[in-house]
Design a binder for this molecule. Sequence first.
Ligand SMILES: O=C[C@H](O)[C@H](O)[C@H](O)COP(=O)(O)O
Length: 228
Amino acid sequence: MSLDACKRLAARSAADLVEPGMIVGLGTGSTAAFMVERLGERVAEGLDIKAIPTSNAIEALARSLNIPLTDFATHPVLDMAIDGADEVERGSLHLIKGLGGALLREKIVARAAKRFVVMVDFTKPVDRLGARTPVPVEVVPFGWQCTSVVLGQLGAKLISPRRGPNGDLAVTDNGNLILDCDFGPIKDVQELATRLDGAVGVVEHGLFPCMATDVVVATDREIEQWTP
Ligand SMILES: O=C[C@H](O)[C@H](O)[C@H](O)COP(=O)(O)O
């Protein structure tokens, strides 16, 4: 089975956890797009839900599929958020997210949800976060070079400002920048997350410790559902 087929399998399985009447957070990324497509099919069949998207791209996809949208003013608490991830640590279910640049809105939506379902293909589970994926850190543009120095002091070995296809600094949906920070294998995810939370200039980071309530993993043969 191809990687895309695995993503689609995990995504459709996660989308099928949504029940009528739910307020649902829509994650961002290629796996999330498959999930939104499946929700679009279910809405076309009569499923009554409202959704809050985590990026402009996913909002456009949801609108194109006629998925009704809402906002936090009307629904400050979501029943479920469903999203992909870049790495999932086996056992703890800590996550790295944000290679698609949507980590800030994704974390706001996940925090507002009673249940946070993460769906991944077989390439995403790892024994320890950070060995192969940098931690994306969203920073305010003002003084980002100073913030980069602070991130180095917090242990980032290599810091790469995210750039777009034209070579310019990439700007998030929130008007910020992303610094991809290679911390190597992370021994204490919660501790690093707390340090990053306290760094001046950091808006949010892609460590999601102890947030997933369910992880749906698709291998080429089966679907597994992990809980903490
Ligand atoms: O900002 C992007 C998100 O955190 C994505 O959920 C994450 O990068 C996984 O994306 P994909 O499903 O495309 O691998």
